[in-house]
Design a protein around this ligand. Structure first.
Ligand code: F6R
Length: 369
C-alpha cells in the first residue's frame, strides 16, 4: 500500500507531480482558458469581489500566504490571510463583496470550520479549497474547489500543500481572466507555465540525493533557520514547520528582509540556515537582496544551505551547499522550492529513528477548537 516506499510521507512526496497535474486537470477549455463552472457561482458575483480573506491553519495557512502574493499580483484584489482560529474571534471586517477562501486538506479542521461558518453568517461568499470529498467544510461553504491530491495518510502534509497552492493559483488566474484585458493575457501566460510544473517537480525529485546526505549528516543538529522572501517566505515557514513536526528540532522561518531587525543576532558559527532564493528574474531586485543576506550571515559563520535556480551563479561564492531547482516564473516557484525542504525533514526524521508518518502529539485532522 506504500507503493514500494518505506513511509507514506515518502510516497506522498513522490506523488506531488501528479497531485499538481490532477488539480489542474479538466479546468481548462479547448482555448486554454480556465473554466470553473464547478463553483456554480454567478460570474458577476465573482467580478464584484473587492476583497479576499483566506482562512486556514498550519501548512494550509502557508499555502494561503503563497496565494496572497500570487492573487494580489494577478488580480490587484486585496488579499489577507488569517489563521482560522484568530479570524473567528477577532471581529473580522466582512461584507457581501468579501470572498472568504478556506483551505483544508481534511475538510474537518474545527478551527477552519468555525471561521467559515462565521464568515457566512456575516454575509461573505465562501469558497472551500479542500482535498476530501463530502467533508464538512465544503458542505458548509457556498462553493468548493477540490484539490486532487488523493488521500494523504502521513500526518505531515506534503502533496496536499502543493495541491492547495495549485488550486489557489487556479482560482487567482480565473479571477484575473474574469477581469479581462491585460490581467487575462498575463494569466494565460502563467497558466501555460503552471502546466510545466509537474514535469519540473519530477526532475527535481530525481536529484534529491545530496539533500538526503546533508540531512543524514545533520541528525544531531539542535536548531535550523529558514529564510525566504516574497513567496519564498511562506516556503521558509513551511520548511521550519516540517522540521519541528517530524524531527522535533527547533526551527524558525523568517522573512529574509527581517534578518537585520533582530534574527541576525542568532547567527553564530556553524548555525545551519536554509535560504530560499528568488529566481534572478524576480521583480524589484529581490534576488540580489537575498544574495546579500546570504553574504551577511555567511560572514558571521552561518552554514548556508542555499536553494537556488539552475544557472544562478551569484549565490555560489556564499553557499556551503547549493540545492538546485528548475527555473519558473517567480510566483510559481514555491511548488518547486518547498520540495527539498520536505525531503530534508523526512530524511532527518528517519536518520533520528523517528516515526515519520506519525509524529508524536499530532493527529491528521484536528476536530476540536
Ligand atoms: C502540517 C499539518 C498541519 C495541517 C493543519 C490543517 O504538516 O499537517 O499543519 O496543515 O492542521 O489541516 P487541514 O488542511 O486538514 O485543515
Amino acid at each position: 500500500e506504500k507503493g514500494g516506499y518505506s513511509t507514506y510521507m515518502e510516497k506522498e512526496i513522490n506523488e506531488q507531480p501528479q497531485a499538481v497535474g490532477d488539480t489542474l486537470l479538466g479546468r481548462t477549455d479547448e482555448q486554454g482558458r480556465l473554466t470553473l463552472d464547478e463553483l456554480r457561482i454567478d460570474e458577476d458575483k465573482l467580478r464584484q469581489v473587492d476583497r479576499i480573506t483566506i482562512v486556514a491553519c498550519g501548512t494550509a495557512a502557508y499555502a494561503g500566504m503563497v496565494a496572497k502574493y500570487a492573487i494580489e499580483h494577478w488580480t490587484r484584489i486585496p488579499v489577507e490571510v488569517s489563521l482560522a482560529h484568530e479570524f473567528r474571534y477577532c471581529d473580522p471586517i466582512v461584507s457581501d463583496r468579501t470572498l472568504v477562501v478556506s483551505i483544508s486538506q481534511s475538510g474537518e479542521t474545527m478551527d477552519t470550520l468555525m471561521a467559515v461558518k462565521h464568515a457566512r453568517e456575516l454575509g461573505a461568499l465562501t469558497i472551500s479549497v479542500c482535498n476530501t470529498h463530502g467533508s464538512t467544510i465544503p458542505r458548509e461553504s457556498d462553493a468548493v474547489l477540490y484539490t486532487h491530491a488523493g488521500p494523504e495518510i502521513a500526518v505531515a502534509s506534503t502533496k496536499a500543500f502543493l495541491a492547495q497552492i495549485t488550486a489557489c493559483y487556479v482560482l487567482g488566474l480565473y479571477l484575473a481572466q474574469l477581469r479581462g484585458g491585460s490581467y487575462a493575457d498575463d494569466a494565460q501566460q502563467v497558466l501555460t507555465e503552471l502546466h510545466d510544473i509537474p514535469g519540473k517537480i519530477t526532475e527535481l525529485l530525481d536529484g534529491m540525493e545530496r539533500v538526503r546526505e546533508i540531512a543524514r549528516f545533520m541528525a544531531d543538529t539542535r536548531s535550523v533557520l529558514f529564510l525566504g522572501r516574497n513567496v519564498g517566505y511562506p516556503v521558509a515557514m513551511e520548511g521550519a514547520l516540517k522540521l519541528k513536526e517530524l524531527a522535533y528540532i527547533h526551527a524558525e522561518g523568517f522573512a529574509a528582509g527581517e534578518l537585520k531587525h533582530g534574527p541576525i543576532a542568532l547567527i553564530e558559527p556553524g548555525q545551519p540556515v536554509f535560504i530560499v532564493v528568488p529566481g534572478p528574474s524576480t521583480p524589484h531586485g529581490l534576488h540580489g537582496k537575498v544574495v546579500s543576506n546570504i553574504q551577511e550571515i555567511r560572514a558571521r559563520g552561518a552554514r548556508t544551505l542555499v536553494i537556488a535556480e539552475h544557472g544562478d551563479t551569484a549565490v555560489e561564492p556564499f553557499a556551503d551547499e547549493i540545492i538546485r531547482v528548475p527555473s519558473t516564473s517567480p510566483m510559481l516557484a514555491p511548488l518547486l522550492t518547498v520540495v527539498p525542504l520536505q525531503v530534508f525533514a523526512l530524511e532527518l526524521s528517519s536518520a533520528k529513528g523517528l516515526d515519520v508518518d506519525q509524529p508524536r502529539n499530532l493527529a491528521k485532522s484536528v476536530t476540536v477548537e
